[in-house]
Design a protein around this ligand. Sequence first.
Ligand code: G6P
Length: 369
Amino acid sequence: EQIEKGGYDHFMLKEIYEQPDAIVDTYRGRLLVDEGIIRMAGVDDNIEKFLNANRIIIVACGTSWHAGLVAEYIFEEFARIPVEVEYASEFRYRNPVINEKDVVIAISQSGETADTLAAIKLAKENGAFVFGVCNVVGSSIARETDAGAYTHAGPEIGVASTKAFTTQITVLSLIALTLAKAKGKLSKSDYHLYLNELELIPKKVLKALTANEHIIKISETYKDASNFLYLGRGFNFPVALEGALKLKEISYIHAEGYPAAEMKHGPIALIDEQMPVVVIATKKGHYEKVVSNIQEIKSRHGKIIAVVTEGDIMVSELADHVIEVPETVEAFTPLLTTIPLQLLSYHIAVMRNCNVDQPRNLAKSVTVE
Ligand code: G6P
């Protein structure tokens, strides 16, 4: 097992560090920047299904559901197709309105999650075209879906999902860009800009990982906290949810993710000097609004850990700690902002002597209801 961990203390840390390569593996042969095209057989062969769809419904569980939420923002931004994101467990039991004009995208790392599998069967029975985004080749979901695209992230062993999340977002971004082009929803120059930016993401993830030592120090300060709040807006709202999930999964600290603007409808009541608040405050993503949310936290003496764009000055003056990530287009910021949150939860869990790779009560793949 030590050899399999490749010199890392845990699979989770190894998998966090594998992300630059995993994302390259995900887009290799698909993202052809020089030719200005994206090639994905599962999408290209079924392009009419996507283009004729009234809407896309994404079904998933856990971290994959968070990737689905990011995808909702990306699909609607790039391709202007309405998207709904559902927990597979809710979808399968709530008599959803679904028919042959719907495209369902099922996202699953393992390809074996029972609820997601059941949601796929229901969607197919009602005539929808079902597309799978899976990591495990030949898995049940990969077999049950009408078409699909693998993430090619390589085996993910740590129960807390890391590289599966970023590679799912990568695949879904490729699909969104393909549809945007086919529907003529992006200008040529924007389309090329996004292709270029996506290709640069692995290098930027590598850069984001260099904050590790700094994050270890922050983790020391907050490892004994009882609660954490995570806030983000827009594309980074799902990242806040995922950051909170990562922390609670492996460190057993109660954590909540919230859209930053919703803070005033509840979570703000919890903020005092004992409450660390992780705020994703990258440039472009409603930056000024997030800065004013930070001011509200500060005036209530909350401890602010901000994830900011490289070179940020305004938030750095307000926050107790800042963690920088490289700049990219707003839609791809989740691929970078999620990295420090993975590292933060990892280090806090290690410092609390938790079993990082196999947290209590959790399973890597939930094959029963
Ligand atoms: C479990 C795992 C999570 C995962 C979720 C969905 O809860 O612990 O890490 O996100 O299942 O799994 P899937 O394989 O369908 O992505």
